[in-house]
Design a binder for this molecule. Structure first.
Ligand SMILES: [Zn+2]
Length: 155
């Protein structure tokens, strides 16, 4: 019997986080195993409900990874998973876009991001500037991915 997924919730704000280039080929589902990923999805739905954790949309929700980046050590750790709708998932990490991130989808996501965070356009632009500055720094690092809790065997 598996123990339940951790409920760590380190960041409650929906914030842009771009994935560093050196992480782009890393496949969490493959690393954890698709059976275990499906178990995790079932546990998260049971614990948190079958809806988006940010906007409560209950259509097209999926499980997404939440990483913590240790810039000094070059290690990113999988600290949590989130059940998100497509709009919140793309706002969290643009790489989550289903297919190509078009200008129309980007515009829609920015509006959604404003509503979820209850902020205005200038705050969004500040967040984007911050996310790009963070990405520029993180693209200079060859990241090691640590699965954290999710990499341990809990059978
Ligand atoms: Zn949502």
């Amino acid at each position: 019997m598996s123990s339940p997924a951790p409920v760590l919730r380190p960041w409650r704000r929906l914030a842009f986080t771009f994935e560093p280039e050196s992480c782009s080929e890393y496949d969490v589902v493959e690393a954890i195993g698709s059976d275990r990923w499906c178990d995790l999805l079932r546990q998260v739905v049971e614990l948190r409900g079958p809806k988006c954790e940010f906007c409560a949309d209950d259509e097209e929700v999926a499980l997404y990874r939440l990483w913590s980046y240790d810039d000094a050590r070059g290690i990113r750790t999988l600290v949590d998973v989130e059940l998100l709708c497509t709009m919140c998932a793309v706002a969290r990490t643009p790489e989550n876009a289903p297919g190509k991130l078009t200008p129309a989808l980007g515009f829609h996501v920015l509006g959604h991001y404003c509503r979820i965070n209850d902020i205005g356009a200038q705050d969004v632009f500040d967040d984007i500037d911050y996310a790009f500055a963070e990405l520029e720094l993180r693209n200079t690092i060859e990241w090691i991915s640590d699965l954290g809790f999710f990499g341990r065997d809990h059978e």
